[in-house]
Design a binder for this molecule. Structure first.
Ligand SMILES: [Zn+2]
Length: 168
């Protein structure tokens, strides 16, 4: 291998390393304040520093919930969880969705047609999609689409890594 090729290889490795660092470490942070007018059940509110979230959540949870990453489709053990129970936010234990509204969307992500109570979550515009966040701790949960089943016609497409299932 001549020195030019070696240089290119080193440059490529550096570039990949920086890209990986940017992807996994320097995530955009969520704003600490929710938009005006947003309420939560019991007006509960959980606010923590980014350092606190980072130490309390696993890396996968943190990247999704505070960094708005998306888990790999089909990766969540909750995908085919159909026992009676409640799906709560991993960050603040806010009950978010009931098993009664869960359906098989065949997307690879746990899907529901409605939150457990209307103010358990709130939405924010996210380009041409609509982001879904926990109303208590502002965690990114996933997105909501208008192609869901009756009675709402909505599909809350969620990251299972952000959810904790409590069996009834
Ligand atoms: Zn939460």
């Amino acid at each position: 291998m001549n020195s030019n090729r070696l240089f290119l290889l080193i440059a490529l490795c550096l570039g990949l390393g920086l890209w990986g660092y940017g992807r996994y470490v320097a995530k955009p942070r969520l704003p600490h304040r929710r938009p005006a007018g947003v309420t939560s059940p019991g007006n509960r509110r959980v606010e923590k520093t980014d350092d606190a979230w980072q130490s309390e959540l696993t890396r996968a949870q943190y990247n999704v919930m505070r960094g708005r990453d998306t888990e790999w489709p089909g990766s969540s053990p909750l995908l085919h969880e159909h026992r009676l129970g409640t799906f709560a936010c991993v960050g603040c234990h806010n009950p978010l969705f009931s098993s009664a509204t869960k359906f098989e969307s065949n997307t690879g992500w746990p899907s529901f047609y409605a939150p457990i109570v209307p103010n358990a979550v709130y939405t924010e515009p996210d380009g041409n999609r609509t982001e879904v966040r926990c109303a208590v701790c502002d965690a990114h949960l996933g997105h909501v689409f208008a192609d869901g089943p009756a009675p709402t016609g909505l599909r809350y497409c969620l990251n299972g890594v952000a959810l904790a299932f409590r069996k009834k």
